[in-house]
Design a protein around this ligand. Structure first.
Ligand SMILES: Nc1ncnc2c1ncn2[C@@H]1O[C@H](COP(=O)(O)OP(=O)(O)OP(=O)(O)O)[C@@H](O)[C@H]1O
Length: 821
């Protein structure tokens, strides 16, 4: 009963453990079913992404520029937004607000905005979004090309890209040269976003076999105006030829759109022009204070020094003739007048970036003032003239003179700086502003601490009165044709040429060929290069003038020239006190340099450099003249003892491969064969040279052996003499007067000259250092050691008083001399 009652009771109350277990089983079954179902239903990631992209693209059309204040107001991918936020970019700038939407919509955009207004992000955000939209992967290759005019700018852009795009999976690369081309070539194919400079890019297009841009989606020209201004027009044309026509193009610059001609080459499709500061009163940032001063060329270096001394605590950047880009600074000092207003704007734009303050100072020569200021005002650049406070102006000429006298390297730098400046003025297109013939050249050299102005042959040539050709016109009248001037392209070509040259010099790139010759002849590499530069420049000028008799008037080009190293002034700064007050520009008084001008007149009188301006005829120039005249060189032929004919002059190349030469005559030059032959000839020459050197060495060794033998004989003789003398002195305590004996110095010097001769002969043979050392030691060993001992003894002996009468002394001396002979 009890049991029945119990079981009923249990039946009323189900076992909670059992029911929980049952429930648990059912639940987990249901869960796993759901999970499986979800798994079956789950979309692949790419599909989800596609949907997100789809929604974003739909929103592109709805972008309302006026409603955008933050990046998050734009339909951007989460990855881009995250990157922007992490880099602390939240609010958009005006150019970003106005162009990002258009670029997202796939339009070609031409954006212009003042310097430092955020153009970089205005194109980088659409770049990231474009590849994201296409779900670009590394296997898709190059998707976006960003071209910058300078390495520095490309690097800065790349850095921003790295920061903002770090959440995306694209690969990005920076190709700006300076590295091994091969090293770059190995990596370039895996790059999705390539930031580069035009020259290097074209080099890869030409030389890297598997590099192509067939999949390119977007081309960005950063600082488009600079790219075209800096003489890259031809390079750009060649690059664009290699790009697919179907692509999006974005152009950004700090100055307004370029001419239609320039834009045509980019084959833009209905581009959107965005010039955010079109209505602005000024084309430069409002926070940028811009001034200029006028001073004579020979005072500029002192002005620079005084300026730097007054602003030691500020970050300053000094532009010489270059237009390179640098990071943001407080002060921009344009030491040399920029070639045009656009260049000025770009340089000044290195300060006062993104709402920051900044100051810019431009130094102008009196001859540059009118033209340059006019240009700047036309471009809505508000520059004001200020005057230098003469009390704060420190004349550094004497200091520089003494630095240069002590340091040859510094002197060479000053010389390069001098030549570089004159060249840059010479190459300036706007001859109304830049007239090299009006520069006070000797005074300028003196101001740099150079007593003599370095020779500038292209200038001397230019300063010669122009030779006027007489031509017969169509109506048979004799007319005078003036000296032809250069076209823009030629000037650009020269610039590119010199930039390359100067960059080699700056990098310290030195040719190894002929170094030995220069060293033995006391010619420094720099002198040599300088000379070659000038010669090549002359040639180029001559060629250009011959081929292009007429200049294209009115066209503007810009200039990119060498940057003068700033270490130039390093010398005196540390020793002086920091932080003179900035009253450097306070006094507004005209003709503050009246005093200095007087000084300059006196300097002009005693100018020593004028004589150096006379044209020197170099051997190279002479040789060229001879070649032009087609002279035939006389031959000198001699006979050997065996009756063989031997041509002594001009020397005949005795190459082993000479016989093969004829084979090439059939059709032009076979370069590979020629190369091979040259290598063989080179080997042959080296072998010949080695033989000659060996023979010379053998001859020298024989001579030395002979000399040693002679020396040993002499040594033996001297020893006998010395012993005789010592014997004698030992035996006679009274001593004697050594001055009565033959002059030991005469003896020594005659021997010394002998040994010198041996040494000279050795050095004349121009052998390797080790060889020379060995020979010297040989000579020393061969030298009569006893002779040295003897000399020391003579030197330490005092004239002795024999205590005898003069007549007795004489007798003694005669006796001694007799003994000697
Ligand atoms: N939205 C933003 N918010 C905050 N800072 C920004 C923003 N956009 C750009 N900047 C900052 O402003 C500065 C200038 O930007 P950027 O270099 O893009 O200017 P730019 O117009 O390209 O100048 P330039 O023409 O002289 O090269 C940079 O320091 C950048 O970090």
């Amino acid at each position: 009963m009890g049991k029945t009652a119990d079981s009923r009771a249990l039946g009323d109350r189900p076992d909670p453990v059992r029911s929980f277990n049952r429930w648990k089983k059912k639940h987990s079954y249901r869960q796993s079913q759901k999970k499986q179902l979800r798994k079956q239903l789950k979309k692949p990631e790419w599909q989800v992404e596609r949907e997100v992209i789809g929604r974003l693209v739909q929103n592109y059309e709805k972008i309302n520029v006026n409603e955008i204040t933050r990046f998050s107001d734009l339909p951007l991918s989460k990855k881009t937004l995250k990157g922007l936020q992490e880099a602390q970019y939240r609010l958009v700038t005006e150019i970003q607000k106005q162009t990002i939407g258009l670029a997202l919509q796939g339009k070609d955009v031409l954006g212009a905005a003042k310097t430092g207004s955020g153009k970089t992000l205005a194109f980088l955000v659409p770049v990231l979004e474009a590849l994201y939209r296409l779900q670009w992967t590394s296997t898709d290759g190059l998707g976006v090309l960003i071209i910058s005019p300078t390495r520095e700018l490309a690097y800065q852009t790349f850095e921003v890209l790295r920061k903002v795009g770090k959440n995306h999976d694209f690969s990005a690369g920076l190709i700006i040269g300076g590295k091994d081309l091969k090293h770059e070539a190995e990596r370039i194919n895996n790059i999705n976003i390539l930031v580069c400079t035009p020259g290097r890019l074209l080099q890869h297009m030409d030389e890297t076999i598997c590099f192509h841009a067939t999949n390119l989606q977007m081309l960005v020209l950063d600082e488009a105006d600079r790219i075209l201004d800096m003489g890259f027009a031809d390079t750009m044309n060649a690059i664009i030829e290699n790009l697919p026509k179907k692509r999006q193009t974005l152009l950004f610059s700090a100055t307004q759109t370029k001419s239609v001609k320039d834009l045509a080459r980019l084959s833009l499709k209905n581009p959107e022009y965005v010039w955010v500061h079109e209505k602005a009163k000024y084309s430069t940032p409002a926070t940028l204070e811009q001034n200029y001063i006028v001073c004579e060329l020979q005072q500029k270096i002192s002005v620079l020094y005084s300026f730097l001394r007054s602003h030691l605590k500020k970050k300053s950047i000094v532009f010489f003739s270059s237009c390179k880009e640098f990071p943001a600074v407080n002060w921009v000092l344009q030491f040399d007048c920029p070639e045009d207003a656009n260049t000025y704007i770009h340089r000044a734009g290195r300060t006062a970036r993104y709402k920051e303050d900044g100051e810019a100072l431009l130094i102008l020569l009196p001859s540059e003032e009118k033209g340059m200021v006019q240009q700047l005002l036309q471009k809505k650049v508000p520059v004001k003239e200020i005057k230098i406070n003469p009390e704060k102006l420190i004349d550094v000429q004497k200091k520089l003179e003494s630095f240069l006298a002590q340091d040859q390297d510094l002197k060479e730098r000053a010389q390069r700086c001098f030549v570089s400046y004159i060249r840059s003025v010479y190459l300036m297109k706007d001859k109304e502003i830049f007239d090299v013939s009006k520069l006070p050249i000797p005074e300028y050299a003196l101001s740099l601490g150079l007593a003599v102005a370095p020779r500038i042959r292209f200038l001397q040539r230019m300063q010669k009165p122009p030779t006027k050709k007489l031509e017969v016109s169509q109506d048979n009248k004799v007319v005078e044709s003036s000296a032809p001037s250069l076209t823009n392209d030629e000037v650009e070509e020269f610039r590119a040429y010199f930039n390359e040259k100067m960059s080699i010099l700056q990098k310290g790139g030195k040719r190894t060929e002929g170094t030995e010759y220069r060293q033995t002849n006391g010619i420094s590499d720099e002198e040599e290069e300088e000379e070659e530069d000038e010669e090549e420049m002359e040639e180029k000028l001559a060629e250009a003038k011959e081929s292009q008799p007429q200049a294209v008037p009115g066209e503007k080009t810009s200039q990119k020239t060498k940057e003068i190293p700033m270490q130039f002034l390093d010398g005196g700064e540390e020793e002086e006190e920091d932080g003179l007050d900035a009253g450097f520009f306070k006094v507004k008084r005209h003709n503050v340099f009246g005093l200095d001008l007087k000084e300059n007149k006196t300097l002009q009188k005693k100018d020593p450099s004028k004589s150096s301006m006379k044209k020197k005829v170099t051997k190279v120039a002479e040789a060229k003249k001879v070649m032009k005249r087609n002279f035939k060189v006389n031959k000198k032929i001699t006979f050997t003892d065996e009756g063989e004919l031997v041509q002594q002059w001009p020397q005949v190349q005795k190459s082993v491969s000479k016989d093969n030469e004829d084979e090439d005559d059939n059709g032009g030059i076979n370069l590979d064969k020629a190369k091979e032959r040259l290598q063989e000839e080179d080997k042959f020459d080296k072998e010949e040279y080695r033989k000659k050197i060996k023979a010379k060495h053998r001859e020298k060794r024989l001579k030395e052996r002979e000399a040693r033998r002679e020396a040993n004989k002499r040594q033996a003789k001297t020893k006998e003499e010395e012993e005789a003398f010592l014997d004698w002195s030992d035996n006679d305590d009274d001593g004697f007067d050594p001055s009565t004996l033959p002059d030991p110095d005469k003896y020594r010097s005659s021997e010394e000259s002998d040994s010198d001769n041996v040494e000279n002969e050795i050095s004349d043979s121009k052998k390797q250092q080790g060889m020379r050392k060995r020979n010297n030691s040989d000579v020393e060993e061969a030298g009569p050691t006893s002779r040295n001992r003897k000399k020391t003894k003579w030197e330490t002996l005092e004239p002795l008083d024999t205590g005898l009468s003069l007549a007795e002394d004489e007798e003694l001396v005669l006796h001694l001399l007799k003994n000697q002979s």
